[in-house]
Design a protein around this ligand. Structure first.
Ligand SMILES: [Zn+2]
Length: 214
């Protein structure tokens, strides 16, 4: 007898009797024809910042990659295990997504750990420390800004890391070639958990602004 926590079974019961019934035709056609999402989202694992919820997306709409602090590492064809790069490769080369959105969020624990170099690793492997070392130069620069409050430093690094990930997306030849041809667009966004506000990166300035959503 397989077991899942009761709250998961309750949630599934609600899904299969509710949303699935309403969308079953859509699920069946997606099963038949395959997925063709136009947008890939790179988001954080944080349980409070789920892209499908924030963008009110249905099945088949978003190709979502989540990792700690929504980072994209630089292109590195070195034979190691690159889960983020694998998902990116599939989205760009096979699904041919038209948009890639790197979505960060406020109160990000991964970003906080990058700014707090005094805490001990969570395990001997220190996987988070290694992963967050991707943005160590930016974290050190932001930490050195004594004029900023802790909250300001946190928000600044959250947004800097989004720009950093977008720059790294362009180190992947498949992305930069398609962007040059106008067939893929790269976007940045930052979600404020406490207010629900979504800030969008201005492509010219790199600043984050609240979009006019009408
Ligand atoms: Zn996060």
């Amino acid at each position: 007898m397989p077991h899942l926590p009761e709250h998961l079974l309750a949630g599934y019961r609600s899904f299969i009797n509710g949303r699935y019934v309403a969308e079953s035709g859509h699920y069946k056609s997606l099963a038949r024809e395959g997925q063709a999402p136009e947008t890939m989202i790179v988001a954080c694992c944080d349980s409070r910042a789920a892209p499908e919820v924030i963008f009110n997306a249905g099945p088949g709409e978003l190709f979502v990659l989540r990792n700690v602090a929504n980072l994209v590492p630089p292109y590195a064809p070195d034979g190691e295990y690159h889960s983020t790069s694998a998902a990116l490769e599939f989205a760009v080369q096979s699904l041919k997504v038209k948009n890639i959105v790197v979505m960060g969020h406020g109160r990000c624990g991964g970003i906080r750990s990058a700014l707090d170099t005094t805490s001990a690793p969570l395990s001997p492997g220190d996987f988070i420390g290694k992963w967050m070392s991707l943005i160590a130069p930016a974290a050190e620069a932001v930490s050195a800004s004594t004029m900023m409050t802790t909250t300001e430093r946190q928000t600044a690094l959250e947004r800097i890391s989004i720009r950093y990930s977008i720059a790294n997306l362009r180190t992947f030849p498949c992305v930069s070639i398609l962007e040059g041809k106008g067939r893929i667009a790269l976007h940045g966004a930052w979600f404020d958990i406490s207010t629900g506000e979504l800030w969008v990166m201005n492509k010219e300035t790199g600043d984050f602004e609240k979009p006019d959503i009408g």
